[in-house]
Ligand binder design. Sequence first.
Ligand SMILES: *Cc1c(COP(=O)(O)O)cnc(C)c1O
Ligand SMILES: [Zn+2]
Length: 427
Amino acid sequence: MTASPDAAATAAGASSASFGPARNLTCRACGAQFPLGDSYACMECFGPLEVGYDFGTVTHADIETGPHSMWRYAPLLPVPADIATRQNLSPGMTKLVKADNLAAALGMKTLWVKDDSGNPTHSFKDRVVAIALSAAQELGFTTVGCASTGNLAGAVAAAAARAGLKSCVIAPSNLEAGKLVTAAIYGGTLVAVDGNYDDVNRLCSEVAADMGWGFVNVNLRPYYGEGSKTVGYEVAEQLGWRLPRQLVSPIASGSLMTKVDKAFRELVSLGLVDEAPASIFGAQATGCSPVSAAWAAGHDVVQPVRPDTIAKSLAIGNPADGPYAIDVARRTGGAIADVSDDEIVAGIQLLAATEGIFAETAGGVTVATLRKLLEAGSLDPDAETVILNTGDGLKTLDAVEPVASPTVTIAPRYGEFRAFAEEKGLR
Ligand SMILES: *Cc1c(COP(=O)(O)O)cnc(C)c1O
Ligand SMILES: [Zn+2]
């Protein structure tokens, strides 16, 4: 991996203090360790690298006295201790909504929705970007980018604007209008590629290496992934420092699902929550379900597919963390399933009509998969469950327009309204 000479020099001399409790990059396949820098593949076995830590002691008070954002978990993240005071969007501490109406509709006892549509650019991607951009600055990058299925592009462009970095984000040209507009508005460069996400991702590996830029999900991926841990930390803290019995996460690359599990395990090992079983379930769209298909077949290896689904934010045909997601589901007693585009739309409608939460297609995937797992008996309706809503329905209006239009259109005359109301039995 070649970065700009500046970045390489900074990386070589990076003091561990600028990465908080992080100590190294550790290979997830063979365990080899490397200095904190901008490498993302193991020099020994080409396995993916992840951040290794030395946490020391962290108490509830250390966290609870922190800012009302994901930066309250700075003692558990690869960021400098004063990160909250630096120029960034401070995502996180989104609502954990008790979803009693949805629970009743599904015959469940206790259900919560972790609603990450409340983040600054309306998806959970603000979390991963916040960590990756902190690392980019520590490593001396002045231009940041990403390969995006939609939400990441907007999150990078916005965070770069606020941090005073240049951005170049790359995404498939066939994204929803709402995703392209909310990526372009922040003033960076948006490159639309006539190809799918997997084409974009391949292209970005070359761009990152050649241009010497910090790509949040390519050469900064080890840091990026750590941002997803904060979803798990928040769920546990918001439940009163305990783990939910079951949690359902959408899967694109599989990073979010695996990092929520990593967060839970860290909290247990630090003594911040009691050890308790927490089964983690994965949700995919049938039109892009390589991880679910491998799960159903009992395989550890994920066969790449060509995506075709309305859930474009999850449309990664060759998911980098797919095998790790399977491992998490197996180890925690969870499962992975997939749902059709019609079921996704019905899932969006159900969440909106029961809880007043308008999710994007990925949220529809999660709700519909929850329902499917309940029907299959894989998920216990009586056990406390958390589902992750990762994005905002306003960005994927196209998907629900056919089922969400005015009930009637009338002239501005009471007679017409009255006739309509009577015909519909509105009173
Ligand atoms: C990116 C994304 C996900 C899943 O991301 P992973 O790559 O699996 O970490 C889920 N929901 C939305 C809305 C996303 O944008
Ligand atoms: Zn290795």
